[in-house]
Each structure stands twice: as C-alpha cells, then as structure tokens.
Design a protein around this ligand. Structure first.
Ligand SMILES: [Zn+2]
Length: 202
C-alpha cells in the first residue's frame, strides 16, 4: 500500500496560505536579518491544515521499522509549546500511547513534575520547526536522563543548516528549507533595497 505524503511545494502553499510562512524583510532578536519568516502556529490554528501536516509527518515515522514495530508503546515528545499541536497530531495518527512536552523553566528545559525514571516509552521527538537543533538536543538529554530511548525525531520544517541526524537518528521533515540569514544589515539584500524591516520574535 502506497502512503502519500504531499509534495514540498504543496506543503509550502499551505504554510503561505495560513500565514505561517512570510516573505519580506525581518529582523530577529539576535540582530540577524532574513527575507523570510516562519510562524508555524498560524498553520496549526486551523484543524484541517494541522491534520494534513501532522498526518504527513507521521507517515515518515511509520516507514521506519524501529518505530512501526514498537507502536503503540511509543511516546511523542515536544521540546516546547510550538511543537505541542504537532505532537498531538502525530500521536493521533500513529496511535502512540504517550505524549509529553517540555517547557523552559529558569533557563532549563524540563517536563512537569513527577514524570518518573522508567515511565517514558521509546520516544519520537517532534517540533514545528528545527532551526539550530538546540531544542531537540536538549530534549534528547532530558529524555535520556529519564532512561528512555530516542527512536525518531522530526519537524514540519527543517532549516538546511540544522543537523541531519541527532543521536544516530535521522531528522525527518516535510520541508527542507534553504535558509537565508544575514549576520548584519550590511550583508542584507533587503536593507540594500530599502525594504522596511519588521522586527520579529523567534
Ligand atoms: Zn536587512
């Protein structure tokens, strides 16, 4: 049976239509400039598009023997709030048993209290977007400290500057994005063209 995953172009159209992918001239809090900006929760605010994206990502995981053979005894884990709707959608599509999400508390990524050693199933870590991979790497450490194994990892969008593999597990994504990020305004094409900049949060 062939399981269809929409093309990268079709998926980009969804992100554009919902406002999750924006083009223009953006300045990030770290001072970097970019002609594009992702605000992924805008795509997850609509049930229909959220479902298309999560189901498509889940299909990439289901193709992995190490994952499909362990279902439903699997945990789907989000590193942050942005990944929570992705995690719920993927969990639903895979019929995985558990779901967890980490939060930043006092600069540290952690789960809610009373998640105990040995309780967490083998894990698939999912996020809406992987920029540097730092959030995923911190979540890997967190999961491993609880004695769980990482069997999958992925996001809707992966910047091509992010790692392709984490802890020996390939990073799955629906869209591999060719990121353009300028270190300063001197190097920025849009600054040179006098496009009005918008200041954005991560
Ligand atoms: Zn600029």
């Amino acid at each position: 049976m062939v399981e269809l995953i929409p093309s990268q172009d079709a998926l980009m159209q969804i992100l554009k239509r919902t406002g999750a992918f924006r083009e223009g001239h953006f300045v990030y809090p770290n001072g970097k400039h970019s002609p594009h900006y992702f605000q992924m929760p805008l795509a997850f605010r609509y049930y229909d598009t959220a479902r298309v994206l999560a189901v498509a990502l889940s299909r990439k995981f289901r193709l992995e023997k190490d994952i499909s053979s362990q279902l439903p005894k699997v945990a789907v884990i989000s590193p942050s709030s942005g990944g929570i709707p992705v995690a719920f959608g993927v969990r639903d599509a895979l019929n995985a048993e558990q779901i967890y999400w980490a939060e930043q508390e006092q600069g540290q990524r952690m789960f809610r209290q009373y998640v105990n050693q040995g309780e967490v199933n083998p894990c698939i870590i999912v996020d809406d977007i992987i920029r540097s991979g730092k959030a995923i790497e911190e979540t890997v450490e967190l999961v491993q400290s609880l004695g769980a194994r990482i069997i999958g990892c992925g996001a809707i969008v992966r910047f091509d500057t992010a790692p392709e593999e984490i802890e020996g597990v390939p990073v799955k994504s629906l869209i591999n994005f060719d990121v353009r990020m300028y270190e300063s305004d001197q190097k920025c094409t849009e600054c040179r063209d006098n496009v009005t900049p918008e200041h954005v949060r991560f």
